[in-house]
Design a binder for this molecule. Structure first.
Ligand SMILES: C[S@@+](CC[C@H](N)C(=O)[O-])C[C@H]1O[C@@H](n2cnc3c(N)ncnc32)[C@H](O)[C@@H]1O
Length: 328
């Protein structure tokens, strides 16, 4: 049984010991970015500690680190640069340290990414629990076209490109996120295919890719030709509103998924995710199955991907749910 819900030297050491084999394996494949302490499961809800290359990053969402916890964290940093981001809203910059900007790049699966712990947004530039999906796409991308929706900093698009995808299209409406992706290109193996960054709302982009014309009043979205892809990656945020509509993965997953099914070529793959902890995996898979059926396609294979072992769970049910579909 876990003791008090605080970070202690013992609880951190337990987490490090539990990851010893994983960290050894990750090091052998040149990965320097991973979770070291997953507080929700390892004894301190609202706290995570990650390694991002040279950075040792603590993040809290509710309770700030106490002085005693801060000491445990700093003592454990070793050669890494400790950074603490307290992410409760409104953002309390007083709790952050150090305040000066820190440049950092980190490696994962042989790729190099910008992992600066301080930038315009609050989220780290690389989502570590999505590694299992990036690993899968790396395996499958060679010679295939890949659509990366809600691309953020385009780490998924980059790994597909470096794995010699024939074409990669990253779409996100945030130019600052796409800029991070562009800056990562020269850090990595130049793939054999083409790599494109398209700044757009994903909703009108998806409608156009699926061959539908835009409603008149919304006609100002950037134009994109209808096309199919061999691999479609759909990793949306929980909720996002724009003048084109609402992305709501709890209330309306099919609106997003249906056009993705339509533009996934025959024998192609669709990687879909749902990050919302309260959404049950089986219920969400049932929605996915129904949506594919309504789009008049057939699922040839359905595989559930789980985050890797640096993201432990109590009972195998992870907040991040990922499914890899093969469509007829
Ligand atoms: C959770 S992140 C996605 C993570 C990403 N798939 C990855 O591999 O790191 C959410 C992203 O969705 C983008 N976004 C949210 N709503 C959008 C919309 N309607 N159209 C385009 N991008 C959107 C945000 O700018 C943000 O970059």
């Amino acid at each position: 049984m876990l003791g008090a819900m605080t970070l202690t030297q013992e609880s951190l050491q337990r987490a490090l010991d539990a990851r010893a084999d994983l960290i050894h394996d990750l090091a052998s494949e040149l990965t320097t970015c991973y979770r070291l302490f997953h507080g929700a499961v390892e004894g301190r809800p609202g706290l995570t500690i990650d390694r991002y290359g040279p950075v040792f990053l603590a993040q809290t969402w509710d309770e700030k680190l106490s002085d005693a916890e801060l000491k445990v964290f700093l003592d454990a940093a070793g050669d890494l640069t400790p950074v603490y981001n307290h992410r409760a809203k409104p953002v309390d910059f007083e709790a952050h340290f150090p305040m000066e900007p820190i440049e950092a790049v980190g490696d994962e699966l042989g790729m190099t990414y910008d992992v600066r712990p301080r930038h315009r947004g609050q989220d780290p530039l690389l989502f570590l629990d999505f590694r299992a999906a990036r690993r899968r796409v790396r395996l499958e991308a060679r010679g295939r076209s890949v659509l990366n929706l809600f691309a953020y900093t385009c780490s998924m698009g980059q790994i597909a490109h470096s794995a010699d995808a024939s074409h990669v299209l990253n779409i996100d409406f945030a130019s600052s996120a796409l800029d991070v992706g562009r800056a990562n290109v020269p850090r990595n193996h130049p793939g054999a295919g083409t790599l494109e960054f398209f700044q757009s709302d994903c909703l009108p982009a998806l409608w156009q890719l699926a061959g539908k014309s835009l409603p008149r009043r919304r006609a100002r979205a950037p134009y994109i030709e209808p096309q199919e892809f061999d691999i479609v990656v759909l990793d949306p945020p929980r909720l996002s509103k724009s003048r084109f509509g609402t992305v709501d993965v709890v209330g309306d997953y099919p609106t997003l998924l249906k056009p993705c099914v339509q533009i996934c070529g025959a024998g192609g793959h669709l990687l879909a995710t749902n990050h919302v902890p309260s959404v049950n995996l089986d219920d969400w898979i049932a929605v996915v199955r129904r949506t594919v059926e309504k789009a008049e396609r057939r699922i040839e294979a359905l595989e559930i991907l789980a985050p890797e072992a640096d993201f432990p769970s109590f009972d195998g049910s992870h907040p991040l749910k990922m499914v890899w579909l093969t469509l007829d």
